[in-house]
Design a protein around this ligand. Structure first.
Ligand code: PEP
Length: 249
């Protein structure tokens, strides 16, 4: 299981430092923890995380290698700042910056070429769910957001219903199971015996609901926004993931 903290544009440097320190205080192996920190905090967080098992990531990167793109950051810059993974196509970037799935695929190709693993986010709007189009929308996003070719073991998917992000509303376990099964069936089969890309669930995951979400088939972890800003809540989510891994052997 992979549990990813997405701090978004939230913590001050002081708060971020405290949260990073808390991440290093406990271990949840075999759970993998990722931290998507704001770009200006990557270097200080990489110092704080030191030799810990928490992987540091950026919240976006540009699709070009280098160039006149004021305010953007390249995949190589993220690498230089200590990141080994990048979050791409989050619904907030799709909404705030008009990012298309084709752009997400180009960013993913760029990140992979610079040795960053990628988490690609997908998710339907409330209207798309209410009108019965959720599955088709997400599958179309999946195919359009994945680069044409990608190395096995380097890509993760996050299914995040847009209406569940930051709202306190969580998709039902039935809906999560159906969507994760649909995504799994569309992912390329491994040619080299790798595990298929893990599919994280995201959308108001917290200490109370994590265990039931992790018990759903094809849920490979969680992308956590709000609850990742509370060290105790995030630890509890990681603990639920660890227990689920032990239970399922
Ligand atoms: C997210 O940041 O992707 C997210 C799912 O946020 P929250 O957990 O706050 O809903």
């Amino acid at each position: 299981m992979i549990i990813a903290a997405n701090w978004k544009m939230n913590p001050t440097l002081d708060v971020a430092g405290g949260l990073a320190l808390a991440l290093t205080a406990r271990h949840f192996a075999p759970v993998t923890r990722l931290l998507f920190a704001p770009h200006p905090y990557l270097v200080p967080m990489s110092v704080r995380l030191g030799g810990s098992d928490v992987r540091l990531g950026g919240q976006d990167c540009h699709q070009d290698t280098v160039g006149a793109h004021t305010g953007d950051v390249s995949a190589a810059m993220l690498r230089d700042c200590g990141a080994s993974v990048v979050l791409l196509g989050h619904s907030e970037r799709r909404a705030d910056h008009g990012e298309s799935s084709a752009l997400v695929a180009a960013k993913a190709a760029q990140a992979l070429a610079h040795d960053l693993d990628v988490v690609i986010c997908l998710g339907e709007s409330l209207d798309e769910r209410r009108t019965g189009r959720a599955e088709q929308i997400v599958i179309d996003q999946l195919h359009a957001s994945l680069p044409k070719e990608f190395p096995e073991g380097r890509v993760m998917i996050a299914y995040e219903p847009v209406w569940a992000i930051g709202t306190g509303e969580v998709a039902s376990v039935t809906d999560i199971a159906a969507m994760h099964a649909a995504i799994t069936s569309e992912l390329p089969k491994s040619k080299n015996g790798h595990m298929p890309p893990p599919i994280l669930y995201g959308g108001s995951v917290n200490a109370e609901n994590a265990a039931s979400i992790f018990s759903v088939d094809h849920v490979g972890g969680a992308l956590v926004g709000g609850a990742s800003l509370d060290a105790a809540a995030f630890d509890s989510i990681c603990d639920s993931a660890r227990l689920q891994m032990l239970k399922s052997g």
